[in-house]
Ligand binder design. Structure first.
Ligand code: CMX
Length: 425
């Protein structure tokens, strides 16, 4: 048995009995009221979901299992995955064991490469990546064991198996999508004995002479892993998984949501916006030029990508971490300098637009410039990186949900005329 499964076998029963006691004793307590504005406003702020892996207080940003992100930026994604699942960081032996598990499960079936090869050459990388996840559904341990009559208390174990099997393969799949989609040459075989992020960098084939790109990749795959339960990708995946559709179906579904320009795809849009600015002004713009460009974007009815958030009301700590990396490793890079200037100018512009609730940068505002610096210049690819990371959170949330025995998700909808009647009393 893997040390991760052993740990979960120890910690889950206590959490499950605490929750069942809590619900039994407090089942009729009211925790949220819903206004008509919220019904027609994407359910903003409506408390009605549970997510124990992480939380996002509007004034703080991401907290994973009680630890603020700023205290986790030096961790590897594997450590974050362990933390999301178990509420503790792994010790050295546990981490090594998890990395060995991932190594052992990393071989991607040949048919996945064949399916990617068969897709039109101009497919979006997200369509290629999500198709690859979905096509592997036939490997699902959960689906197989479910048809064999698996008992409900075992659902989480089968979901953990699917999680490890999928996560182990994502760097190779993501790297191949990159090489295939942008004609970078043949697939590169994984390396043995390196961590998840370094292996991904190796398989992308862009080179990493001093190891800095692998450092960025560790940070990138760490920072995008989880963002509580109500964002589009996490919520969609959890809803699909609640129907006991296995993790291949639910992860692929959630990642399709991540492919939207208001969610994960914003990181590709964001670098595009920065490069447009630089092209227009022949390099790093002046403050005045940038301010005008921002207003032109807004006045043309477009959003400024990388700014604003549905929940956050402060600078996203994930942006803070990327910016710190930029200052440490590439402060001379003009694209990064432009990102930094945008951070100084755009919030002041957005503050003047009354309807915008959060004028601050989100996770997508700076990451593209860093990837660009290390030679990953095809920004339509960036959401694939986000997906590889977000798979950690989606998988962890699914394991926990199945351990808690949460039922199928089924909120209530009403026609507009019924809401009108309700309001009229
Ligand atoms: N530029 C221009 N307008 C913006 C804006 C921005 N960066 N952020 C918000 N607004 C607008 C909204 O489009 C909305 O306008 P309408 O009422 O005309 O539709 C209005 O301000 C109110 O929006 P809000 O309540 O402040 O924000 P929402 O919760 O509705 O939306 C988000 C949040 C992220 C979709 C929005 O801020 C946005 O579109 N930002 C740019 C895209 C982006 O960076 N997305 C990545 C988010 C990170 C992630 O993936 O989770």
């Amino acid at each position: 048995m893997s040390l991760l499964k052993e740990k979960l076998t120890q910690v889950l029963p206590g959490q499950i009995s605490e929750i069942s006691k809590f619900v039994k004793e407090n089942g009729d307590k009211v925790v949220s009221q819903v206004t008509i504005a919220q019904v027609y406003g994407g359910m903003r702020g409506v408390k009605g979901l549970v997510c124990d892996t992480s939380e996002v207080p509007p004034d703080k940003g991401l907290i994973i299992r009680g630890i603020e992100l700023k205290d986790l930026t030096d961790k590897t994604p594997e450590e974050i995955f362990w933390l999301l699942l178990t509420s503790e960081l792994p010790n050295e032996t546990e981490l090594k064991d998890l990395q060995n598990e991932l190594d052992a499960r990393s071989e991607v079936p040949q048919y996945v490469w064949d399916v990617i090869d068969a897709m039109p050459a101009d497919s979006h990388p997200m369509a290629m990546f999500n198709t690859a996840v979905l096509v592997m559904q036939r490997e699902s341990v959960f689906a197989k064991r479910y048809t064999e009559g698996m008992k409900k208390p075992e659902y989480w174990e089968a979901t953990l198996e699917d999680s490890l099997n999928i996560i182990a393969k994502l760097p190779a799949i993501g790297a191949y999508v990159y090489r295939k989609r942008y004609n970078k040459g043949p697939r590169i075989e994984p390396k043995k004995g390196v961590d998840w992020s370094e292996n991904y960098v190796h398989m992308l084939g862009l080179g990493d002479p001093n190891g800095d790109f692998s450092k960025l990749m560790r940070l990138y795959l760490n920072l995008h892993s989880d963002h509580e339960g109500g964002n589009v990708s996490a919520y969609s995946a959890a809803t699909i998984n609640s129907a006991l559709s296995d993790l291949y179906y639910s992860l692929s579904g959630g990642l399709n949501g991540l492919a939207g320009p208001l969610h994960g795809l914003a990181n590709q849009e964001c670098l595009g916006w920065i490069l447009d600015v630089m092209e227009k002004f022949g390099g790093v713009p002046s403050k005045e030029d940038l301010e005008k460009f921002a207003w032109d974007t807004l006045n043309s009815g477009k959003v400024i990508p990388g700014y604003g958030h549905a929940v956050l009301r402060v600078v996203d700590p994930r942006f803070v971490a990327f910016r710190a990396f930029g200052h440490q490793y590439l402060s001379d890079d003009p694209v990064f300098q432009t990102v930094d200037l945008v951070f100084n100018v755009v919030p002041e512009v957005l503050k003047q637009v009354q309807k915008i609730k959060d004028p601050w940068p989100n996770v997508d505002a700076g990451s593209g410039a860093l990837l660009y610096h290390y030679g990953l210049k095809e920004f339509s690819y960036y959401t694939v990186l986000f997906s590889i990371s977000r798979a950690l959170g989606i998988a962890a949330q699914a394991v926990i949900a199945r351990a808690y025995g949460l039922p199928i998700t089924r909120p209530k909808s009403l026609p507009t005329k019924e809401y009108m009647k309700l309001v009229q009393g």
